[in-house]
Ligand binder design. Structure first.
Ligand code: PZK
Length: 287
């Protein structure tokens, strides 16, 4: 826990602190949420895996977009970052038809104003990745919005920049992941502006919590795909017959261990770094 930092806010699974006027500390906990409920059982090292993955992607995408990362703390779960003016927009890119995108498509044949071919199946790869911005809901779920609504939030020029950067980040990451046996079905970026009005990539990026990762070897369009990281926990919750209202169930040790192994596997596949190396020196992902 930071010594003299004001707590700014809590997400479901992470915490945000102010270090000073210009710097924030983003701390990823080991909490896990499933079916929108935070479970009472933690997944050891989940926070370190997510922070390490974010730092890895920040390092490899700096030519595409500047980012807020200033440094990693030795705990491996805490990231010092630049304080930004955040854009009031979730920058979602979808390469596959899943989640709210699939629901919108079933209802209207389109997502965020992108009219898609008729007859696509759930989880199908899209003809090309699409930018599907969403509102930032304070409570409840983000809502996909079209380009006109997004332009009202950030302006037309900024929207064009945000869309181009988001698509380029996704293409870069999806290619890297596919070469390592993982599909990135979709992902959400949070962007902000620095004091000079320059666009900066913030928050956590291209982690299992901000993205849908699917194992490529099991990919079978035509229905929902197993989640790379959370499927053990979800399957266990379904098997229990839990009604998906809070509080969620405790997870048994085997489910915790299986889930932890999947997070570590995602980290190692994507970064090429042994998780134990990261744990002993988080800066390995910055090189
Ligand atoms: C910022 N959040 C999300 C909420 C969390 C995280 N670099 C930044 N500058 C200013 N604000 C933010 C960031 C970042 N990243 C991020 N809200 C504001 C959030 C609650 C808990 F851990």
């Amino acid at each position: 826990m930071p010594e003299t930092a004001a707590h700014l806010g809590s997400g479901k699974v992470r915490e945000l602190y102010a270090l000073d006027d210009e710097r924030l500390l983003l701390v990823a906990s080991d909490r896990i949420s499933t079916f929108d409920v935070v479970l009472p059982t933690e997944i050891p090292d989940k926070g370190r895996v997510l922070t390490g993955l974010s730092a890895f992607w920040f390092t490899r995408t700096r030519e595409i977009c500047a980012n807020h990362l200033l440094g990693l703390r030795s705990d491996g779960r805490s990231m010092e970052c630049r304080r930004l003016e955040m854009l009031p927009l979730e920058c979602v890119v979808r390469g596959y038809l899943s989640g709210s995108g699939w629901k919108d498509y079933l209802r209207s044949g389109a997502i965020s104003g992108h009219v898609l071919p008729v007859g696509l199946r759930e989880s199908e790869r899209l003809p090309e990745p699409i930018f599907t911005p969403a509102t930032k809901a304070v409570t409840g779920h983000d809502e996909n919005i079209d380009a006109a609504q997004a332009a009202e939030l950030v302006g037309e020029e900024r929207l064009a920049e945000v869309e181009a950067v988001s698509l380029e980040l996704y293409r870069f990451a999806a290619k890297h992941a596919a070469e390592r046996g993982l599909l990135i079905a979709d992902t959400k970026f949070e962007l902000g502006l620095d004091a000079n009005g320059r666009l900066v990539l913030a928050d956590e990026v291209l982690t299992p919590d901000s993205s849908r990762f699917w194992p490529a070897d099991a990919y079978t369009p035509g229905g929902p795909q197993p989640s790379f990281d959370k499927q053990f926990a979800r399957d266990y919750c379904e098997w229990l017959g839990w009604d998906k209202t809070a509080p969620g169930p405790e997870l048994p040790a085997e489910v915790v261990e299986g889930t932890r192994a999947r997070y570590v596997e995602a980290f190692e596949r994507l970064t090429g770094v042994a998780f134990a190396e990261y744990a002993s020196d988080p800066d390995v992902v910055l090189r």
